[in-house]
Design a protein around this ligand. Sequence first.
Ligand code: NAD
Length: 423
Amino acid sequence: MELLRRIFGSTLPPLLDGRRLVGVQHFLETTESLLAHLVSTQGLRFRDVELVGKPYSAIPAVQQSLVRQGCKVTVPTIPRPGDYRATQQACIRRVVETMVQAMPDPPIKHILLDEGGDLIGATGHTVRDLSCFCGIEQTRSGLPRALSVKFPVIQVADSALKRHLEPPLIAREVLTAISQRPALARADRFGVIGVGVLGSSLVEQLCRTGRTVWFFDTNSDTAGRVEQMNPSAVRCSTPDLVLRSAGVVLGSTGKDCLASVDAADIGRAEVRHFASCSSGDYEFLSLLRMGDASQIQDPPRAVNDIQVDVGRHELTVHNGGFPINFNREHELSAPEDIQLTRALLGGAIVQAAALLGRRRSRRVTGIMLSPGLQMAIARNWLELRPERRGDYSKEVLAGVSDRNWIVRNSGGSEIGIPLGFVW
Ligand SMILES: NC(=O)c1ccc[n+]([C@@H]2O[C@H](COP(=O)([O-])OP(=O)(O)OC[C@H]3O[C@@H](n4cnc5c(N)ncnc54)[C@H](O)[C@@H]3O)[C@@H](O)[C@H]2O)c1
């Protein structure tokens, strides 16, 4: 990945030499490339990497390749609808218990690369001596749990680049996934429920490609902003109105977005297809629970589309209610695009290693992803992908090269670390 090569040269001494990396990750081709890059430039050893995958995104070939190279990996079994979080948490707890039992004296420094806050949370609430840990949290929903612990946590989740540069790339992945599904490829009436960081990008790209869009968000300020920026999209005051007009509904709230909607109303509506964009199985859970449980094997052996009979017609919840942009066969993003996301993680891992290497003078938990690093990633990525500039407003394009803007738009405390990189 060219972006990684540009951002991270080798460091002397290699910052990850003798460090363990424990993480919760999607097992995708670019996840493996990121690790390989850290091995070749930063002294990380595959045998010092332990990863928990996600059952809805882990590509078996990537998992096997990681194992061959010496990583310890676990992927929880595919859960029944509604059991995703508990299954994932149980697996993470086992990894944490083993990590604690195997901790040598003196302890090895650990970097915890988390997606959802459960790994950092379980470690922070199990281990007594926390001085050898530094966490990295990638999801905003996981931040409250990750920040409840008493060791440093780098807040990639609410870094300026994650919030402002990444969402159009994920929205593009979602539209690619839709275009590859025969039942959805020709749809032209879309609903979007939840128009935050990801949902607003979805509305924008759907409008740009000529689809008609109805959207709803419980936050009226957020909905108002999206309405202003997308004059052709129709703002709805309730989720039922979205269901009444759209043929395909995308959910990007991170919650059970139809919990307040009556089954009879769903039955009377126009909607036929539901596709989640949010992590886990929460988005259409109440709908899945209306489905015929006998369709789902116990335990489920694959992530399948689920049919729900609501009387007048049948509805389809695609990809078992898991995010539509993961198919467990190959990555849907162009590697040149998604290297942005991997570079943010790689940068956070190097920043965590640098933090672990210095004596702690202050008790700071939430730490900003280095603004200098963010500027370097944005500059290089936009140089490598000039065609993506059209996805962003003038304010964002100017902002990502302005340190003050990055600091204003990133969460966590800014801590200067002399790393010796260009950033
Ligand atoms: N599929 C992917 O590759 C991918 C990538 C990044 C994030 N995500 C996931 O997407 C989800 C959304 O992320 P985000 O960053 O846009 O979050 P966000 O907090 O910016 O947006 C969520 C929006 O949903 C709204 N909302 C909450 N409950 C609602 C409800 N019941 N009805 C209508 N609106 C409601 C909120 O007001 C908010 O505007 C999360 O689950 C996140 O983990 C997925």
